[in-house]
Design a protein around this ligand. Structure first.
Ligand code: FE2
Ligand code: FE2
Length: 184
């Protein structure tokens, strides 16, 4: 059954409040990644009506806000190097994400229960092996699905210094890592 969704404009104040953090770095991937992943999260929410619309929407907007506190050259080197998903810079962007998301959500008047639920998803979103909840599963999928778009392939090819043929071969293996049937 389809849920009666809130309009996406419900989160406009959060986009605005998070913008200074998102734009703190040059070539900020969040400008590209977050809007595309947000659109995927909204699609998944239409399908998985048991998920919490506010928590999922806010968590996907804010999950990488902690990248702001990290030197981008260091993140590109260590966050994408050997053992990249367990690297210290990955953990740091998650911890900073928990801290900054609280700041943004308090400023924009969201209740404590939502702030805590969003933080639970952001905490360990790259480094935790398991999802904690349905909300978490949708955010994890939306976080990955942007890479399957033409824009995502272009951006990530540049990060990994791969051509689209090489990268899409790698992406094919990542389908198995997606949490939900709808995302796959
Ligand atoms: Fe992340
Ligand atoms: Fe992300």
């Amino acid at each position: 059954m389809l849920r009666k969704s809130e309009p996406a404009s419900r989160y406009d104040n959060v986009w605005r409040a998070s913008e200074p953090y998102m734009r703190a770095r040059k070539n900020d991937v969040n400008d590209v990644h977050i809007p595309i992943s947000f659109a995927f999260a909204r699609k998944l929410l239409e399908i998985y009506s048991d998920a919490d619309e506010d928590v999922v929407s806010l968590a996907i907007i804010l999950h990488d806000i902690g990248l702001r506190s990290i030197d981008m050259a260091e993140f590109m080197e260590k966050g994408f190097g050997p053992n990249m998903m367990q690297s210290d810079v990955r953990v740091l962007h998650e911890n900073e994400g928990v801290r900054l998301s609280r700041k943004v959500l308090e400023t924009t008047g969201w209740p404590e229960s939502v702030i805590v639920a969003v933080a639970e998803i952001i905490d360990g979103h790259d480094t935790r092996p398991q999802a904690r909840s349905l909300n978490d599963r949708l955010v994890r999928d939306a976080d990955k699905l942007w890479r399957f778009t033409v824009t995502g392939v272009s951006v990530v090819c540049d990060w990994f210094k791969m051509n689209p043929h090489q990268y899409t071969a790698r992406l094919e293996q990542e389908v198995a890592v997606l949490e939900t049937e709808a995302a796959r």
